[in-house]
Design a protein around this ligand. Structure first.
Ligand code: SF4
Length: 327
């Protein structure tokens, strides 16, 4: 059905929550694929469903979330897999780096011991061999004096060091896919670049694919092969990184890119902004969710959700402006 290079396929994924009076849709009809050895970034404003989508891949969404659609990983639908079989994939074939390492690491266990767990559980290594491997991993991700640090607790490390521990843990079993949910959000600007470079270099070295969630367009332009733009729970555009930044088609993507500052620009005028605010999940507008803010709104936009239009084999957009280009 898919090329042999396809690692992950998300088909028609919707995530909703049942409130006491109505069903609230946080992610709607999401479709995209991730190929082997590529870096795909999901961008969009806070609350657009990026992190929820990332967590849905490992079924780590809140207990009251209702998921529909399919998430195929190596042709296995993760949404229908038994809990036991999913545990064999979590941490082994799909690793995850969470947003905030302080709340993701166990505060009462030494970092070294936490990192040996996936190696013992998934690869069957004994404690001694796993310890040697973790020390080697700590050294690779730039933790100084790794033997001494092995017995440290998370509170004894800085934010950057804790995130390096998370990266070492996520990479320990050499997963085919690494999910990185805004991995630098909680860090100082000075070490954000180092951590991202580490994630990219390690994944390239292991031939892993990465799904990186970020709202920082500078980072995305620097590392991504493919970019998906999300707005109000929908994927509004998907393209190669170069195509998206050179020829953004969706008015929201255009607005995001135009509002990003550039250090090479000699234009000292105020940066353009996108009018209005992101709609609340409790009051999603009918039709295209972007229509109250869109400078190109048409009548159809106010009543009908736009369908996805494939512009070419690696560029799609969900906007009524391009409907005549539908194949
Ligand atoms: Fe704007 Fe209409 Fe396109 Fe939505 S569908 S982005 S409102 S032009």
């Amino acid at each position: 059905m898919y090329s042999s290079n396809t690692l992950l396929v998300i088909e028609n994924l919707s995530i909703s929550f049942q409130s006491s009076f109505k069903r609230l849709e946080a992610v709607r009809n999401l479709d995209f694929e991730i190929n082997a050895s590529t870096i795909t970034c999901l961008v969009g404003e806070s609350g657009c469903g990026k992190s929820l989508t990332c967590k849905a891949i490992l079924r780590l969404t809140p207990g009251n979330a209702l998921l529909s659609g399919s998430i195929f990983f190596n042709n296995i639908d993760l949404l229908t897999l038994s809990g036991k079989d999913l545990c064999k994939i979590r941490g082994a074939e799909i690793g995850m780096i969470f947003q905030e390492p302080m709340t993701s690491l166990n505060p009462v266990l030494p970092i070294g011991k936490q990192c040996t767990e996936p190696l013992i559980a998934h690869l069957g290594l004994n404690q001694e061999v796993a310890k040697a491997k973790v020390i080697e991993l700590f050294s690779r991700v730039g933790i100084p004096a790794p033997e001494k640090r092995y017995n440290d607790y998370p509170h004894q490390l800085s934010g950057g060091m804790r995130q390096r521990v998370m990266i070492a843990m996520a990479l320990s079993c050499q997963p085919q896919l690494l999910l990185a949910d805004e991995p630098t959000t909680a860090l100082d600007a000075t070490i954000q670049g180092q951590i991202l470079r580490l994630i990219v270099d390690e994944s390239r070295q292991n031939n892993s694919s990465v799904l990186l969630i970020s709202h920082d367009l500078g980072i995305v332009a620097d590392v991504a092969d493919y970019v998906g733009v999300m707005y109000a729970g929908t994927l509004v555009e998907y393209a190669t990184c170069q195509e998206l930044f050179m020829h953004p088609l969706h008015p929201y993507s255009q607005g995001l890119i135009n509002s990003a500052p550039s250090i090479s620009s000699m234009n000292f005028e105020r940066l353009p902004t996108i009018n209005g605010t992101v709609p609340s999940i409790f009051g999603m507008p009918q039709g295209c969710p972007f229509h109250p803010r869109c400078p190109n709104t048409m009548e159809i936009c106010q009543t009908k959700l736009p369908v996805k239009v494939n512009i070419n084999c690696s560029h799609s957009v969900a906007c009524w402006l391009y409907i005549d280009q539908m194949d």
